[in-house]
Design a binder for this molecule. Structure first.
Ligand code: HEC
Length: 401
């Protein structure tokens, strides 16, 4: 695919994915909030079967919302379902995955230092992992396991840990993260499609016929909505994780991912408990402390040594020309990147100076630049850049600094 067209597709799909994702997660946050704030209704509403109500003001109008104990006496003519938010989020996300990681497999998915696979192999592995994991989950939902939420969650977490490890053994670091996200997102959208929607349809059908709904449907849907509740925040993290190589570009990236999944799921647990009137702020404190601890544990080790003291800008410029400007230039020579990625130009000393803090972040701390180390940068060169940086990132072009 022409890189220019791929870039536009990427932009449009990402934009749509963001909008649909906000609609999906926004709606589910809103309903949790609603449930949280319902108050006992006045008697005349209670007589109609209303369990709780609330008043709100928004956008210049008053809103009155009521939740029924079970269902209204008569079905309203229009009933809003909230399912396309989920389906379109999945569809746009999947399309984005294809454009970015499958069409662009060479840049983002395959890391020859990890596994020297072909584009076709990478795509087959990726798709099998996504749909295979979904299938395993669906089968698990039909077993007795689904009745024991704690055990179910534990088994899922162990399987997830195995998956996270496995993915980091075949894909690039960020490709592994995004596939973990694709698996979780597919299961979540599948939960809506295979569990939550059928349960709601059964409820509506029962009410229309004046029967009591089969509790079996509600019970089955419960496992699925619980899964979606706890994976929302982990999934949101994975969606933005590709901006944070400090997390994915680490030797133990899969463990880091699991820790972040636990931290974010715990944060969600706090809000769920408060839904039942239990205030446990220590959970949030614990999650914050765990985040700080994680940041400390994975902090990059210093790569400087005495052997590389006193590095001058000329040496740095030489390294950057050899290792970076094939991509980061007004006129890139890379076979894939024809426009400087992220708008980062490193053709002159001034530009190197301008980008120095980000160069430190990506080359010295996260070590994910050069991308997949395509230009074979050595540890020695990283140490030289680190030394230049720690002595003030000085450029000496005739007193300009
Ligand atoms: C094979 C092409 C390629 C090479 C070589 C390369 N980069 Fe990058 N660089 C990218 C891509 C693609 C992005 C944008 C994606 C991203 O941010 O992960 C990027 C983004 C960046 C960013 C901006 C992101 C931010 O966090 O602000 C910096 C800074 C950067 N590269 C520095 C470097 C340096 C320094 C080198 C040389 C040591 C280098 N790159 C070599 C492809 C490359």
């Amino acid at each position: 695919m022409d890189p220019y067209i791929a870039e536009w597709l990427n932009l449009i799909l990402r934009f749509l994915h963001l909008i649909t994702g906000i609609a999906w997660i926004g709606a589910s946050f809103y309903f949790v909030w609603l449930d949280n704030h319902l108050q006992p209704p006045p008697q005349w509403k209670a007589d109609k079967g209303i369990k709780g109500d609330l008043w709100a003001i928004h956008g210049g109008g008053f809103y009155e919302v009521a939740k029924y104990q079970l269902a209204p006496e008569k079905m309203p003519t229009t009933l809003h379902w909230f399912k396309w938010e989920a389906y379109t989020t999945w569809l746009t996300g999947f399309a984005l995955l294809i454009v970015m990681y499958y069409v662009g497999a060479e840049s983002y998915l395959i890391d020859p230092r990890i596994a020297d696979i072909t584009q076709i192999q990478a795509i087959i592995i990726g798709l099998s992992v996504i749909f295979g994991s979904w299938l395993v989950y669906e089968v698990m939902c039909t077993t007795k396991l689904a009745d024991h939420s704690i055990v179910f969650a534990l088994v899922l977490f162990i399987l997830g840990a195995g998956l996270a490890y496995g993915l980091t053994q075949v894909f690039s670091a960020r490709g592994a993260y995004i596939h973990m996200g694709a698996v979780i997102g597919t299961i979540m959208a599948g939960n809506v499609f295979r569990g939550i929607m059928p349960a709601q349809r059964a409820l509506v059908a029962a009410v229309e016929k004046g029967e009591t709904p089969d509790p079996e449907y509600g019970r089955k849907a419960k496992v699925r909505s619980t899964f979606n509740t706890y994976t929302t925040l982990p999934l949101l993290f994975i969606m933005i994780s590709n901006h944070y190589p400090i997390t994915y570009n680490h030797l133990f990236s899969w463990i880091i991912l699991l820790v972040i999944i636990l931290i974010t799921a715990a944060a969600r647990h706090y809000f769920i408990l408060s839904h039942f009137g239990k205030q446990r702020p220590m959970i949030l404190v614990g999650a914050s402390l765990a985040t700080i601890a994680l940041a400390i544990v994975i902090a990059p080790k210093s790569v400087e040594s005495d052997a590389v003291a006193n590095i001058k800008i000329n040496t740095v410029e030489h390294i950057v020309q050899q290792r970076c400007v094939s991509c980061h230039s007004v006129t890139p020579t890379d076979d894939i990147f024809k426009v400087a990625p992220a708008g980062v130009l490193l053709d002159s000393q001034q530009q190197i100076k301008q980008w120095a803090p980000r160069i430190k972040a990506r080359v010295i701390d996260a070590k994910d630049m050069p991308l997949l180390n395509k230009t074979n940068m050595t540890d020695m060169e990283r140490a030289q850049l680190a030394s230049w940086f720690s002595s003030g990132a000085i450029i000496d072009a005739q007193g300009k600094e």
